[in-house]
Ligand binder design. Structure first.
Ligand SMILES: NC(=O)c1ccc[n+]([C@@H]2O[C@H](COP(=O)([O-])OP(=O)(O)OC[C@H]3O[C@@H](n4cnc5c(N)ncnc54)[C@H](OP(=O)(O)O)[C@@H]3O)[C@@H](O)[C@H]2O)c1
Length: 239
């Protein structure tokens, strides 16, 4: 039986795309989800990925996606929960703040919860003796955030879910989290901000997506690691 695919949510850009491309390089079949149809999605299809449109910002969108996924594949090697919404708190506008928090709850917590619960059989159906779920969380999940408290707290929920599922799904499926601090720049970040970001780590570097790939690669191979959170933060926690 050929190798089972790895599912990466939010796999058309930045970190998700980088992970998808490295897995394709290694010969894994890859399924990505995307929210917005665009050239990058076509490029990932051309590269060999299966791309499924999914909007995780509502229960209906998540449930619909699980149905589409099951039509696309009978089995999975791994699930990487990477899709994310990164927005600041907004105390000026209560309606917008409520809407943002609800969106983050759906994307960061409810989607992984429902996908893990209802795709378990896919992770048990392939030839691989041990399969994986990886939750991409954030440094702020453990440390909080002054300006992104909705984001940080919903990522903390995602991190906590990894522990619950690790216990529930042992010994057949490992479930771990990877918690990066800032690894990549956003459009418009200036030199001063880049220096500030670098100085937050003790290693004084902004490593790019390869730092998370190293952790994902490690977790896929690790036979005795489940229910853990790998900090990929350049030592920011000890500063
Ligand atoms: N970048 C960093 O330095 C950093 C630091 C710490 C943690 N992280 C974590 O690492 C992961 C990747 O970061 P990133 O910077 O590459 O993220 P990003 O550029 O913001 O990408 C987020 C992805 O989530 C998808 N998405 C957004 N809303 C969605 C929705 N409602 N339904 C379905 N998918 C949705 C997007 O789809 P489309 O592409 O179709 O829009 C996009 O591919 C995230 O989980 C993030 O929290 C990143």
């Amino acid at each position: 039986m050929p190798q089972s695919p790895v599912l990466i949510t939010g796999g058309a850009q930045r970190l998700g795309r980088y992970l998808a491309e490295r897995l394709l390089d290694e010969g894994y079949p890859v399924i990505i989800t995307y929210l917005r149809e665009r050239d990058a999605v076509a490029a990932m299809r051309a590269r060999g990925a299966t791309a499924i449109q999914a909007d995780f910002s509502s229960s209906a969108g998540i449930i619909g996606f699980i149905g589409h996924l099951k039509e696309s594949t009978p089995r999975l090697r791994a699930i990487i929960h990477n899709a994310s919404v990164w927005l600041p708190d907004n105390a000026e506008d209560i309606e917008q703040e409520a809407d943002t928090y609800e969106r983050m709850f759906h994307v960061h917590m409810q989607a992984p919860m429902l996908i893990n619960t209802h795709c378990r059989e896919l992770l048990l159906a392939g030839p691989e003796p041990l399969t994986d779920i990886i939750h991409i969380t954030d440094f702020s999940a453990a440390h909080g955030s002054r300006r992104h408290s909705a984001y940080a707290s919903s990522k903390a929920g995602l991190e906590n879910l990894a522990r619950s599922f690790a216990a529930r799904y042992a010994p057949d499926i490992k479930v771990n989290a990877v918690a990066p601090a800032a690894i990549m720049l956003n459009r418009g970040d200036d030199a001063r901000y880049i220096e500030k970001l670098k100085r937050k780590s003790v290693l004084d570097v902004l490593p790019g997506p390869s730092a998370v790939w190293e952790s994902v690669r490690y977790l896929l191979d690790a036979r005795f690691v489940t229910g853990t959170v790998l900090s990929v933060d350049g030592g920011r926690g000890v500063k």
